[in-house]
Design a binder for this molecule. Structure first.
Ligand code: NAP
Ligand code: F7E
Length: 383
C-alpha cells in the first residue's frame, strides 16, 4: 500500500502540482475542496476519478479551514500519513479587505488541523507540512533572508501566517509532532491565480500582443521578488516531510527581480522591447522595438503586421489602486539549508519560468481570440 496524503487547498496552484506529484509517487491523495456555486476544480480535473472507480488514488472531500468539526472528521476518516496544509486566503492585497476572515483561515485554520491530529491520537502517525511564506519577513531585517532572519509581517495575511508558523513550531515542541514549516518565497506557474502579479502580466502581455487589450495598469513597479517555479517548490514540501526530524526551511532561488523587469522579460519572450519613462504614477512603459523574426516565429506573420503599427505606443501604466498600504519592497531568499539538508535543487530559473508562463498564456489567449468573431489569429500558430 502506498502512503496516504491529505492536501488542504488541493484546488489551488500548489495543491494541483503536489497532488499530481504524489500520485505519481504511488500515494493515495485525499484533498479538501470548498463548496462553490460553480466548478472550482479546473486545476485538478485531469486527475479526477469517478467515485465508482475502484481503488481511486484521488479522493475529494468537501470542507473548509474554518470548520473544525469537518476537519476533524475528515482527518479521523482518512488517517493520513502526511498532511500538507496549503489552504489559505493567499492574496496579500485582499487580506487588507478581509482581515478577520484571513486570520480565521490562515491562522486559526492551522491550529484546527494540529489540534485535530492531536485529539485524534494521530501524533505518531501523521506528519504535517505548514505552508509558511516569505511574507513573514515583510520589512526585511536582513538581506538575504534565511531561517534565522527575524520576522516583520506587513499585512493581515502575513500576520495570520505568523500565527500559523509559530503554532506549528509550538505543537512540534510541546507534543513532539512531526510538524514543519516551509518558508516558501514567491513561486509561480501557468496555474498561478490570475490576480497575482506574474500571471496578471503574462496574461495581459499575451492579450496585448494579440490585439485583445491595449494596455495594462499595474501597482508598484519597483518592488522586488524572488520568483521560482511552483513545480520545483512542491518537491521541497515533499522532501521536508521525508526527513526523520521536523524542521523549518527556506525555499527560494536567491535571485531577486523588479516587477518592471518581469514585465520587460515577458514582452522580450516574443521579441518586443519595452522602455519605461517617467516616475511614480506618471511612469509608463512603451513599445521601443520589435525583433521581427522572433515575433513572427512565436506569434505568426499576420499578428506581426498588426503589431508593428503599435511601435511607440504606451502599453503599461501605473494605477494607485494596486498599491499596498504597507508594501514588502524586497524579498530575496537564502536556501542553503534546504539545498544541503534536503538536497533540494530547482530545475527552473526565472527566464525558464517566464518562458513557460508566456507560452501557456499565449496559447490560452489565442484560443480565446479564435473563439471571438472577427479575430485575425492565424490557425497554423494556434498550438
Ligand atoms: P492558491 O492558488 O491561492 O490556493 C489556495 C487554496 O486554498 C485553494 O485551493 C483555495 O480554494 C483554498 N482555500 C482558500 N480558503 C479556504 C478555506 N477557507 N477553506 C478551505 N480551503 C480554502 O495558493 P497557492 O499559491 O497554491 O499557495 C498555497 C499555499 O502556500 C497557501 O497557503 C499560500 O498562502 C502559501 N504560499 C504561497 C506562495 C506562493 O508564492 N504561491 C508562497 C508562500 C506561501 P479555492 O480554489 O476554492 O479558492
Ligand atoms: O505581488 C506588486 C505588489 O500579489 C508581488 C502570494 O502568493 O507571494 C504572494 O504574495 C508584488 C507586490 O504577490 C501589481 O505590490 C505591482 O510587491 O504577486 P503578488 P505577493 O504579495 O508577493 C507570497 C510569498 C505569498 O505567500 C502570497 O500568498 O507585485 N505589484 N503591481 C502587483 N501585485 C499585484 N497582485 N497586482 C498588480 O497589479
Amino acid at each position: 500500500m502506498g502512503k496516504v496524503a491529505l492536501i488542504t487547498g488541493i484546488t489551488g496552484q500548489d495543491g494541483a502540482y503536489l497532488a499530481e506529484f504524489l500520485i505519481k509517487k504511488g500515494y493515495i491523495v485525499h484533498g479538501i475542496k470548498r463548496r462553490a456555486s460553480s466548478f472550482n476544480t479546473s486545476r485538478i480535473d485531469h486527475l479526477y476519478q469517478d467515485p465508482h472507480v475502484e481503488q481511486r488514488n484521488l479522493i475529494l472531500h468537501y470542507g473548509d479551514l474554518t470548520d473544525s468539526m469537518n476537519l476533524t472528521r475528515i482527518i479521523g476518516e482518512v488517517k493520513p500519513d502526511e498532511i500538507y496544509n496549503l489552504a489559505a486566503m493567499s492574496h496579500v492585497k485582499v487580506s487588507f479587505d478581509t482581515p478577520e476572515y484571513t486570520a480565521n483561515v490562515d491562522g486559526l485554520g492551522t491550529l484546527r488541523i494540529l489540534e485535530a491530529v492531536r485529539l485524534l491520537g494521530l501524533i505518531q502517525n501523521t506528519r504535517i507540512y505548514q505552508a509558511s511564506t516569505s511574507e513573514l519577513y515583510g520589512l526585511v531585517q536582513e538581506v538575504p533572508q534565511k531561517e534565522t532572519t527575524p520576522f516583520y509581517p506587513r499585512s493581515p495575511y502575513a500576520v495570520a501566517k505568523m500565527y500559523a508558523y509559530w503554532i506549528t513550531v509550538n505543537y512540534r515542541e510541546a507534543y513532539g509532532m512531526h510538524a514543519s514549516n516551509g518558508i516558501l518565497f514567491n513561486h509561480e506557474s501557468p496555474l498561478r491565480g490570475e490576480t497575482f502579479v506574474t500571471r496578471k502580466v503574462t496574461r495581459a502581455v499575451s492579450r496585448i500582443l494579440l490585439g485583445m487589450q491595449d494596455q495594462v495598469f499595474m501597482g508598484n513597479l519597483s518592488s522586488k521578488r524572488d520568483w521560482g517555479h511552483a513545480k520545483d517548490y512542491i518537491k521541497a514540501m515533499y522532501l521536508i516531510l521525508q526527513q526523520d526530524a521536523p524542521d523549518d526551511y527556506v525555499i527560494a532561488t536567491g535571485v531577486t527581480t523588479t516587477i518592471r523587469d518581469f514585465i520587460r522579460m515577458s514582452f522580450l519572450e516574443v521579441g518586443v522591447e519595452i522602455e519605461f519613462k517617467g516616475v511614480g504614477l506618471e511612469e509608463k512603459g512603451f513599445i521601443a522595438g520589435i525583433k521581427e523574426s522572433l515575433f513572427e516565429e512565436k506569434m505568426g506573420v499576420s499578428c506581426l503586421e498588426s503589431f508593428k503599427k503599435r511601435l511607440g505606443e504606451v502599453v503599461v501604466r501605473v494605477d494607485s489602486q494596486y498599491f499596498r498600504l504597507t508594501e514588502v519592497e524586497l524579498l530575496i531568499g537564502d536556501a542553503t539549508k534546504s539545498k544541503t539538508k534536503l538536497g533540494w535543487i530547482p530545475d527552473y530559473d526565472l527566464p525558464l519560468l517566464v518562458k513557460d508562463m508566456m507560452e501557456s498564456d499565449i496559447r490560452e489567449m489565442k484560443k480565446e481570440a479564435y473563439l471571438k468573431e472577427g479575430g485575425y489569429i492565424i490557425l497554423d500558430h494556434f498550438e
